[in-house]
Design a protein around this ligand. Structure first.
Ligand code: 26Q
Length: 817
């Protein structure tokens, strides 16, 4: 590992800085400091090093003048920064050494850091991986997000039910890796009205907001891997402007005044915990506009400061919209151009529509954002006018392309007609962007064919694919040092930046010694996970068992309940069929359910109750265990993923846009059991049929079954194992004395129509699990498959994804420092 060139590591200086922070920043002494204080002081001292690089990068004339990426996302699920940054800085060993001279163990200190959980799941984590890759590859980038006071809720289990509690991720001392940038603060308006004046016979429209909120930026350093590049992740915090109303203050209306102060602060109080589901709440729209407006203004500030004209914006800035959440940035930029910069509509639109690009992450109808026209009207009256005008002009294009075809106008319109007229954010994005992409080959195909077929005709070439990726630095090098060292010993250490090189280990797949070493690393990682489970949950695990993991948000379409039914089938066979045998298996779940998603919470409850019984039942105990790890987050994923033998990727075909956990698990040598969905399709292409367990209906099968009228009872009646497994849910097997407590899931499948075809895929799933179980019995054969999974995951590096974006969409050139 090499330290950065610009700031060679000076151990004595660093130790001095740590002690200085201990005293001056955290008000304690070497003699009395807690482990937590030592961690804070160490992280602060490291953050200081990166801040110099951040400012230098920011001021580097070549970067100021270069074209840059602005990644706009309401979520960045970055995970802990200290360990990762130590690796990127090439300082892990030196700092470990320095800290040990101060009597501290660096691994213990790293455990003190809380996860900044500023995202829900896939989309937020993807943003974090992309920031890492942009910095590694040195494509000038600024990430723009929100500085939530509370991240995604913490999850615990109370009598097997999910309980949520607030996540104050900064702790009382503040988060050591961030710095406020007060000189870059902005004022953001809401509500109010549009004023119309006439100048030289021309109508001018101008928004007079009724409320102003301050946007305060906090910068987190995104450290490039072994280079001197540091880019900012800029997170906006909402602050009330005080005194916001002198008048009511002077009137003695102090408490009313305080009340409004509280309202403004609320905007970035908490991350909305819905993943793949939108709820049209005012505060959420306020978050979105607050984020977009502050970011767009910051981008324009940088652009103008660099000495460029507004006309040149698309040559110097590209703005990537991470799903539709920041869509309002498009009318906001139009408003600034037209109302504030006095540009013509045509000119403003010409610039705007060459600046934005949009990534779609979902086809689920309930996740496609629409906003009540009346709500936008009240909150952002001028923006609503601009949206109408964008739509009016767009519909002219549509009728020119399809003259007289009213139905085309209805499907494509940005405004959805009806009792409540709604704004379709995805349509606005497609109209206002120069590129639109899906996140895996299959998903992008569906975006073209099913979501936006007419747009694809109207704007040929605009709809594209960029398959997701994951950063190999966090998801192999950092989280799996054992495997990293083994790989490096064989093929050198360049794979961390060129993941394709991993294929060079494929030639060891049949090598018995290598197989043993590979499996020994896996075993060590399983021991580490088992120790965590013993410590935190007091469950004893057999690390020779298959470690079978499903870790992702809880959602019906992801089908954790299919996995649960498989467990029930194993339990049934183990307890009723004396001839049945299987490899010992531990099934791990980790998943948060959105607090308002009742069925998802019932599935968690059911799995927990089943686990409670199975783990205490001597009849099945040495064969089967079920562990539901609470509070799934990046730092626990870093322990589970390296320890997994089996990766569950079992969504209904057509529903999971890509998945990225599937990539992380396969990279760490887990074998996928999965459907033909999302990026599973491409993983199969890479690893080959022998090294993956594909089962279930593909998208054509799903469509045919639905078209022929799906009845879950047909499958229930026809398959005795399925019937026996499901029936276990309605008795009192897992809830003694309280029969029927697990009925909700049963009912959703049988009486609720089984919308995600769980019963239809059950038999095929069980068959694939049986094959996998047999294969695990041949440890050498299994090792070969696992090695090939690691070896053939090169495609799924987020470095490749970023290169695809750069070539197809962003057109950036790297600036090497
Ligand atoms: C929207 C409106 C109001 C409140 C919340 C939301 C909201 C928030 C988060 C809607 C959707 C999300 C998150 C979606 C998401 O994570 N999608 C996942 O994106 C991954 C990265 O591309 C894919 O790998 C997953 O397949 C996809 O489900």
């Amino acid at each position: 590992m090499k330290p950065t060139q610009k700031y060679p590591f000076d151990k004595e200086l660093f130790k001095g800085n740590v002690k200085r922070h201990l005293n001056a920043t955290y008000a304690t002494t070497v003699e009395h400091a807690s482990t937590h204080a030592w961690y804070l002081a160490m992280a602060r001292a490291l953050a200081e090093l990166t801040m110099l690089n951040l400012l230098e990068t920011e001021q580097d004339e070549r970067i100021v003048k270069a074209k840059s990426l602005n990644y706009l996302s309401l979520e960045f699920l970055i995970g802990r920064l200290t360990g990762n940054n130590l690796i990127s800085l090439g300082l892990f060993d030196s700092v470990a050494d320095a800290m040990s001279e101060l009597g501290q163990n660096v691994t213990d200190l790293l455990e003190e850091e809380r996860d900044p959980s500023l995202g829900n799941g896939g989309l937020g984590r993807l943003a974090a991986c992309y920031m890492d890759s942009c910095a590694a590859l040195e494509y000038p980038t600024v990430g723009y997000g929100l500085h939530y006071e509370y991240g995604l809720f913490k999850q615990s289990f109370d009598h097997c039910h999910q309980k949520e509690s607030p996540d104050a991720w900064q702790g009382i001392e503040g988060y050591p890796w961030e710095v406020p940038r007060p000189e870059l603060k902005q004022d953001i308006g809401f509500y109010g009205h549009v004023e119309v004046t006439h100048v030289d016979g021309k109508e001018k429209r101008h928004w007079v907001p009724g409320m102003i909120v301050q946007a305060m930026p906090w910068d987190l350093p995104i450290v490039g891997f072994e280079n001197d590049t540091v880019y900012p992740l800029r997170l906006w915090e909402a602050r009330a402007i005080a005194p916001f109303s002198l008048e009511s203050f002077n009137n003695g209306n102090y408490f009313e005044a305080q009340h409004a102060l509280i309202d403004a602060d609320n905007i970035t109080k908490v991350l909305y915990p819905n993943d793949n589901h939108e709820k049209g709440k005012t505060l959420r729209l306020m978050q979105q506009y607050f984020h977009s407006a502050a970011s767009v203004r910051d981008i324009l500030r940088r652009h103008l400061n660099a000495g460029f004209s507004l006309e040149e914006l698309p040559e110097h800035e590209t703005i990537q919209l991470n799903d539709t959440h920041p869509t309002i940035a498009i009318p906001e930029l139009m408003r600034i151009f037209i109302d504030e910069k006095e540009m013509s509509w045509e000119k403003a639109w010409g610039i705007c529509s060459k600046t934005f690009a949009y990534t779609n992450h979902t086809l689920l109808p309930e996740a496609l954002e629409t906003w009540d026209e009346g709500l936008i009207q009240r909150l952002l009256p001028r923006h609503m006018e601009i949206i109408y005008e964008i739509n009016r002009r767009f519909l002219l294009e549509v009728s020119a392309k399809w003259p007289g075809d009213v139905s085309k106008q209805q499907t494509l319109s940005v405004i959805q007609e009806g009792f409540h007229r709604m704004v379709r954010m995805a349509n606005l994005c497609v109209v206002g962007s120069y590129a639109v992409n899906g996140v895996a080959a299959m998903h992008s195909q569906l975006v073209k064919q099913h979501l936006f077929p007419e747009f694809n005709e109207l704007y040929p070439g605009r709809l594209q694919n960029v398959t997701n990726g994951i950063t190999p630095r966090r998801w192999l090098k950092f989280c799996n040092p054992g495997l990293s060292d083994l790989i490096t010993e064989k093929i050198g250490d360049k794979w961390t930046s060129h993941l394709d090189q991993l294929q060079a280990i494929a030639k060891y797949a049949d090598d018995k010694t290598f197989q043993q070493r590979f499996m020994a690393v896996k075993k060590e990682n399983k021991e580490r996970l088992a120790a965590w489970v013993k410590d935190h949950m007091d469950i004893d695990l057999n690390t020779d068992a298959i470690f079978d993991v499903q870790i992702k948000r809880l959602h019906e379409y992801k089908r954790q309940h299919l996995n649960m039914l498989h467990i029930l089938s194993l339990y049934h066979r183990l307890t009723t069929d004396p001839d049945f045998d299987m490899q010992p298996r531990v099934v791990f779940f980790a998943a948060k359910a959105a607090p308002g998603y009742h069925l998802a919470k019932e599935i968690i409850y059911a799995i927990n109750k089943i686990a409670e019984k199975i783990n205490a039942d001597p009849r099945v105990n040495d064969k089967l265990k079920v562990v539901f790890i609470p509070d799934y987050r990046v730092s626990i994923a870093e322990i589970i993923i390296p320890a997994a033998d089996v990766s569950e990727q079992i969504s209904t075909a057509g529903k999971e846009a890509s998945g990225t956990g599937n990539m992380k698990l396969a990279l760490n040598g887990a074998l996928t059991i999965g459907t033909m969905d999302g990026a599973n399709v491409e993983i199969r292409e890479e690893v080959g049929d022998d090294n993956i367990y594909i089962f279930g209906l593909d998208i054509d099968g799903v469509n045919e079954l639905r078209a022929s009228g799906y009845n879950p009872y047909d499958f229930y009646q026809a398959d005795p194992l399925l019937k026996a497994s499901l029936d276990l849910l309605v008795g009192e097997e897992f809830t003694p004395g309280e029969p029927g407590k697990l009925r909700t899931t049963y009912d959703s499948l049988l009486n609720g129509g089984d919308p995600y075809l769980v019963l239809a895929d059950f038999a095929s799933y069980v068959e694939a699990q049986t094959q996998l179980d047999l294969d695990y019995g041949d440890q050498s054969g299994w090792a070969k498959k696992a090695i090939l999974n690691t070896a053939l995951m090169g495609k799924f590096s987020s470095d490749r994804s970023i290169q695809d974006y750069v070539k197809q969409i962003w057109k950036l050139t790297p600036v090497k420092r």
